[in-house]
Design a protein around this ligand. Structure first.
Ligand code: NAD
Length: 359
């Protein structure tokens, strides 16, 4: 029997409710496939500010590093807004944990789940064809981490600048992740850049081409970011793995997630060079529905499937969770965020139970 230790950051708002359902799913999959999971609760976010005065208490990263993977519900809420000092704001904790765990790869799958085509804003025939994109975003480099400047000029008023920098090392390590992932999927990598304008993108492309030769079994293409933004709405089915730098990835992964129809269905993974990876739904803490048993737990449950696949190498177990989610949705069980008029409406806990049963 394999044993895995998982750090649980339940967080704020709907975080505790959705993490509860994810824990049930892990235990059910563990019983079925013969694995044991133990859980360590980690205090982080607004709840940590309330309990100990800071959102990222000392020792948080060390506790997470002692585990095999981290599952995060969501952190944040109006109670700990921008008027509070940085150390009390939940967003500070999020950036800190990603940095402390060295999580340079962000994976955001955007898949049209069976039976969800009606919820998509895409043309009906495009949505019905289905798609399954894995967005791979570089997470710790580029313009978001470059030098910023703001100064007065003599004749143009105030001027500001943000420096975008990428090294071969940073590009190569994210590129490798993309090619390795493609081998586990449909064997195609689309690398997105703006090489017709940016020096960083030209270096990005050079490094990606070197990797494409090395991974010659994987189909490879370059795509300019403006074209990619169009293709995601025109023909998302053409993509398998899409790899790109930090800012382009931020924008394109939000676009790709929206065309699937619901924010409550989408998981994510952030990975570094070594364990533990951090898994979380892409949505926030949804304070407007917290504590009402209305939150959709599926994004968190699918984050567990990603954890099984990418941190533990448990592909069959991951597939069993994803198939169970598809079955429950196809049977017409929906939480309020994805419900139409004639479906069976269920709460957070019932949705979790139905998925466990389907596993
Ligand atoms: P949000 O994602 O929390 O909510 C946006 C809308 O989507 C709301 O109407 C909410 O009810 C709905 N929604 C979100 N998740 C849902 C789910 N699982 N089921 C059903 N409906 C769902 O975004 P927001 O309102 O902009 O942010 C709220 C708080 O979350 C803020 O403090 C923000 O900073 C924080 N946040 C945290 C994370 C994170 O922890 N990684 C990410 C994004 C936002």
């Amino acid at each position: 029997m394999s044993e895995y230790k998982i750090a649980l950051i339940r967080g704020d708002g709907i975080g505790p409710e959705i993490v509860n359902e994810a824990v049930k799913v892990m235990e059910t999959a563990g019983d079925k496939f013969g694995h044991q999971f133990s859980f360590v609760d980690v205090l982080m976010g607004g709840c940590a500010t309330d309990a100990v005065g800071v959102s990222y208490p000392a020792g948080t990263a060390e506790t997470c590093k002692s585990c095999d993977a981290v599952l995060l519900g969501a952190v944040g809420g109006p109670k700990w807004g921008s008027d509070k000092p940085a150390e009390q704001r939940p967003e500070t904790a999020l950036l800190a944990i990603r940095k402390d765990l060295g999580l340079f790869t962000n994976l955001r799958p955007a898949a049209m789940r069976k039976g969800m085509a009606d919820a998509s804003p895409l043309k009906k025939e495009t949505a019905e064809q289905g798609f399954d994109i894995m967005m791979v975003r570089e997470l710790t480099g580029g313009i978001y981490f470059g030098k910023r400047n703001r100064y007065e000029t003599e004749d143009r008023g105030i001027e500001a600048s943000d420096l975008m920098t990428y090294s071969e090392l940073e590009i190569e390590r994210i590129g490798r992740k993309a090619f390795e992932l493609a081998r586990l999927r449909r064997n195609k990598v689309t690398s997105v850049d703006k090489a017709n304008v940016l020096a960083c993108s030209r270096l990005w492309r050079e490094v990606m081409h070197r990797l494409a030769e090395e991974y010659s079994d994987v189909e490879y293409e370059d795509m300019l970011v403006d074209n990619c933004a169009m293709q995601i709405v025109r023909n998302p089915g053409q993509f398998d793995v899409v790899v790109t730098e930090n800012m382009f990835g931020d924008i394109l992964s939000d676009e790709a997630s929206q065309v699937t129809g619901s924010i409550g269905l989408l998981p994510s993974a952030s990975l570094g060079a070594s364990a533990p990876g951090l898994y979380e739904p892409i949505h926030g803490s949804a304070p407007d529905i917290a504590g009402q048993n209305k939150a959709n737990p599926i994004a968190t449950i699918l984050s567990v499937a990603m954890m099984f696949r990418y941190s533990f190498g448990l592909s069959a177990e991951a597939q069993a969770i994803e198939d169970a989610v598809d079955k429950v949705l196809a049977d017409g069980w929906h939480t309020a965020d994805i419900a139409g008029s004639d479906e069976q409406l269920v709460g957070t806990d019932k949705m979790g139970e139905l998925i466990c049963k389907a596993i």
